[in-house]
Design a protein around this ligand. Structure first.
Ligand SMILES: [Zn+2]
Ligand SMILES: [Zn+2]
Length: 388
C-alpha cells in the first residue's frame, strides 16, 4: 500500500463506529453491547480476539513478521451516569447514561488503527486493548489481575485521551507525571447532639467540622512544597441533625489530587493530624479513612520520545505541545504504567464550538474530525516501534 492510500482512511466508517458506540453508553464492567460491538468489528477484520478479560475487557492480537517485539495500545470503553442534553440524532438511547468522556471516540480510533494495520507490514505484535471501567478506576486493575500482561506479553503500552479546550487534533505529552493520582477521604466527627437551644450541654460537630474544613486549606498551601502540585477538596458534608437539633455526627468527604506518592502521603498524614487534633481539642471522637483510588499516570521518558516521534510524523510542530502541563484529572492507565513502560498522550478535542465543551458535561461530544489523526497516531507509532 502506498503512503497516499494510507493517508485516506475511511472517515465515514470511523464516524459511524463512533456514533454507534455513542448511542449505547454502558457503565463500569457492564459493557455487553459495547464489548460485543468491538469484538465483532475486530473479528470481521480477521484479527484474533479475546473477550471477557477483567470481566468485559477485549484484546485484539495482530502479529506480523517474526520479531518478539510487542506493544499494547489501550482505549477505554465505559460511559458515565449523566443524562445527555445533546439533541443530535445519535444521542444516547439510554436515559441517564452518556458517553461524556469521549471513550466512544477512543474505541473508534483504536478500531480504525486495527483496520489499517492489518493491511500493513510490520515486524512484531500489536495488542489492541479495550478496557472496561476506567471511570471508577477499576478496569485496568481488573485486566491486569486477569493476566493482561502475562497472556499478552508486551514491551510497552500506550494510551490516548481527548482533551476539550486544546486545538482539534493537537497531540500533547510530557515525560514524567501527566495525570494526577486521586485519593478519597472520609472524616466523621462524633460529638454529642441535642436541643438546638442548649448548646452548652452538647459537643457540636458542626462547629468542629467548620474548623477542620478551614484547617484543611493549609495542607496544599503550607504543608506541600510549592514546587509540587496538590489539590485538597471537601466535596460532601452530611449531618444527622435537623433544623432544631444539633447533630451527633458530621461526615466530611473529599477528594485529593497529586502527582507523587510522597505528596499523597503528606496530604493523608496532615488531614489526619488536623482532624484528630481539632476533635481532641473539643472533646469529640474522630473516625478517619483515606483511600488511594487512582495512581498518578507517570510517563516513561523513552516511550514518551517514541510517542513524540509518532506525533511529529502526522502533525506540524504547531499542533504538538511538548512538554505539556500535566492535568489534575486522573486515569487508571497509571496502574498499567506502574508495571509496564509506556506513555499516555492527550489529543485536542477542539476549542470553543468545535469541541471545547468540558468532559463529563451533559453537552459534551467527541469531535469526529480528530478520529483520523488519532488513528494515524496509533498506526505511525506501531510502524516506528515494530519497523521491519
Ligand atoms: Zn471521564
Ligand atoms: Zn475518560
Amino acid at each position: 500500500m502506498t503512503n497516499s492510500e494510507y493517508n485516506q482512511p475511511d472517515i465515514a466508517t470511523l464516524t459511524s463506529w463512533r456514533r454507534t458506540l455513542h448511542r449505547c453508553p454502558e457503565l463500569g464492567f457492564a459493557l455487553g453491547e459495547t464489548a460485543g460491538f468491538i469484538e465483532k468489528q475486530l473479528r470481521s477484520m480477521g484479527i484474533e480476539t479475546h473477550g471477557g478479560i477483567g470481566q468485559s475487557g477485549v484484546v485484539g492480537v495482530l502479529r506480523k513478521g517474526s520479531s518478539d517485539k510487542a506493544i499494547g495500545l489501550r482505549a477505554d470503553m465505559d460511559a458515565l451516569k449523566i443524562h445527555e442534553r445533546n439533541a443530535f440524532e445519535y444521542r444516547s438511547k439510554t436515559d441517564g447514561h452518556m458517553h461524556a468522556c469521549g471513550h466512544d471516540g477512543h474505541c473508534a480510533m483504536l478500531l480504525g488503527a486495527a483496520d489499517v494495520l492489518r493491511k500493513f507490514d510490520f515486524d512484531g505484535t500489536v495488542y489492541f486493548i479495550f478496557q472496561p471501567n476506567e471511570e471508577h478506576g477499576l478496569g485496568a486493575e481488573a485486566m491486569i489481575a486477569d493476566g493482561l500482561f502475562d497472556r499478552f506479553p508486551m514491551d510497552a503500552v500506550y494510551a490516548m485521551h481527548n482533551i476539550p479546550g486544546r486545538p482539534a487534533g493537537q497531540i500533547a505529552l510530557t515525560p514524567g507525571p501527566i495525570m494526577a493520582g486521586e485519593d478519597n477521604f472520609r472524616v466523621t466527627i462524633i460529638g454529642r447532639g441535642g436541643h438546638a437551644s442548649q448548646p452548652h450541654q452538647l459537643i457540636d460537630p458542626v462547629i468542629i467540622s467548620a474548623e477542620i474544613i478551614l484547617a484543611m486549606q493549609t495542607i496544599a498551601s503550607r504543608s506541600i512544597d510549592p514546587a509540587e502540585q496538590a489539590v485538597v477538596s471537601i466535596t460532601e458534608i452530611e449531618t444527622d441533625g435537623t433544623v432544631n437539633v444539633v447533630p451527633s455526627r458530621v461526615t466530611l468527604k473529599g477528594d485529593c489530587r497529586s502527582f507523587k506518592p510522597e505528596v499523597s502521603h503528606i496530604i493523608e498524614r496532615r488531614l489526619h493530624e488536623l482532624a484528630s487534633g481539632i476533635c481532641q481539642a473539643h472533646g469529640a471522637e474522630l473516625q478517619f479513612s483515606y483511600a488511594r483510588v487512582f495512581h498518578a499516570t507517570v510517563n516513561h521518558s523513552e516511550e514518551t520520545e517514541h510517542a513524540l516521534a509518532a506525533a511529529r510524523t502526522i502533525n506540524a510542530e504547531k499542533l504538538i505541545e511538548y512538554p505539556c502541563q500535566p492535568m489534575t484529572a486522573s486515569d487508571d492507565f497509571g496502574q498499567m504504567l506502574l508495571l509496564k513502560k509506556g506513555a499516555y498522550v492527550f489529543i485536542g478535542n477542539g476549542t470553543d464550538s468545535e469541541g471545547g465543551c468540558a468532559l463529563h458535561n451533559p453537552h459534551y461530544d467527541f469531535n469526529d474530525d480528530i478520529l483520523v489523526t488519532g488513528m494515524q497516531f496509533w498506526t505511525h507509532l506501531v510502524q516506528q516501534q515494530l519497523s521491519i
